[in-house]
Design a binder for this molecule. Structure first.
Ligand SMILES: Cc1cc2nc3c(=O)[nH]c(=O)nc-3n(C[C@H](O)[C@H](O)[C@H](O)COP(=O)(O)O)c2cc1C
Length: 351
């Protein structure tokens, strides 16, 4: 039986434990460039003992940014500021990951503080507004648009390799572009990219194939899914299981199991570990490794998820914002002192 502090190996990458930092937008970039904030923010979580540090949703196109202050990899200049960050994360024993995404119809909303709106036309599978602060009607993507965006995913993947990332995640969740193709609530297309399940997942499968052309064979390539829309008539967990089967055949190594975001009026049964059953079901039924995420806050809870075989990894979001040293604190709490990953300059603190 595995536990929270067991190593986890996928391909040539070994994680020192089962704890990862979930991708979280920092709304702190200018021109899509990472900066000192990202070094300190992501670097501290590596120093804090997490095994995997996944950088925020990184836009593959300018018009794919969730907010105009998102990080991007839509041009080569954006590679260089990332290099010292991935180097630092590796130096302190963690694996640097990146989530590549496109915000589609939800792109260009301002950050919560001092924010500006995107100055571009949003695109989506269908001209259906999300609502709320993204109430505009997006432009329906043409075949050319689809190919342009898919090519952008490929190019951003190539740049992610050059930037030093060892773990890749395609953002297929939260109502952003990839997920908006999956969900019948946001995809009303009548061409090869809409309608049947096979058509709604076509954009994803084609995109994954292009990304695989440039992502190294020996490094993990993962996908985050919204496993359900939590709405009648929306994307379902059964479809997520089916898609996971297919993604596994396409060479995907792990499914990161999130949910929701497709429509504004969904009701979420939010509570401790509420998305864990998705990770458990996909792991069991699609026979692919999974990550569990969502209100996982307590070391014992995280350890149980791994011990019960509900997921192979736990990803923490807000709890990692509260406590960058969560993994070290968890090792203390669980009495796993041999797994205290204090960095060498802090060795006086061990004991
Ligand atoms: C500030 C913030 C930014 C986030 N940005 C992203 C993101 O870039 N990509 C993503 O897939 N999820 C994002 N999320 C969702 C988290 O990755 C995570 O799935 C969610 O917060 C639930 O986990 P938690 O309960 O541990 O916070 C964000 C969450 C927060 C709080």
């Amino acid at each position: 039986m595995s536990h929270l502090f067991d190593e986890f190996r996928i391909k040539a990458v070994t994680l020192r434990n089962r704890i990862g930092v979930s991708p979280m937008c920092q709304y702190s970039s200018e021109g899509g460039m990472m900066n000192d904030w990202h070094l300190v923010h992501l670097g501290s979580r590596a120093v804090g003992g997490a095994a995997l540090v996944i950088a925020e949703a990184t836009a593959v196109e300018y018009r794919g940014q969730i907010s105009p202050n998102d990080v991007g990899l839509w041009n080569d200049d954006q590679i260089e500021p990332m290099i010292p960050i991935t180097r630092f994360i590796k130096r302190w024993g963690a694996v640097p990951g990146i989530q590549l995404g496109h915000a589609g119809r939800k792109a260009g909303t301002p950050r919560r503080w001092n924010g500006v709106w995107g100055d571009w036309q949003q695109i989506a599978p269908s001209p259906i507004a999300f609502g709320g602060n993204a109430s505009w009607i997006p432009q329906e993507m043409t075949r050319d648009d689809i190919q342009t965006v898919q090519h952008a995913f490929r190019e951003a993947t190539r740049r992610a390799v050059d930037a030093g990332y060892d773990w890749l995640e395609l953002h297929g969740a939260h109502g952003y572009l990839v997920h908006s193709f999956h969900s019948p609530l946001s995809n009303h297309r009548t061409d090869a990219y809409g309608g049947s399940f096979e058509n709604r997942i076509r954009f994803t499968i084609e995109t994954v194939r292009l990304m695989r052309e440039v992502w190294p064979e020996n490094k993990p390539f993962t996908v985050r899914l919204s496993c359900t829309d939590w709405v009648e008539g929306g994307w379902t967990i059964e479809e997520s299981v089916e898609l996971s089967h297919i993604l596994k055949r396409e060479g995907i190594d792990l499914i990161d199991c999130s949910s929701g975001g497709a429509v504004i009026d969904a009701h979420y049964p939010v509570g401790s570990g509420f998305q864990v059953p998705f990770a458990e079901r996909i792991r069991r039924e699609a026979a692919i490794p999974t990550a569990a995420v969502g209100i996982i806050t307590e070391p014992r809870q995280a350890d149980q998820i791994i011990r019960l075989g509900q997921a192979d990894l736990v990803l923490l979001g807000r709890e990692m914002l509260r406590d960058p040293y969560w993994a070290i604190h968890a090792a203390h709490q669980l009495g796993q002192k041999k797994y205290l990953n204090y960095p060498d300059p802090y060795h006086w603190a061990v004991g």
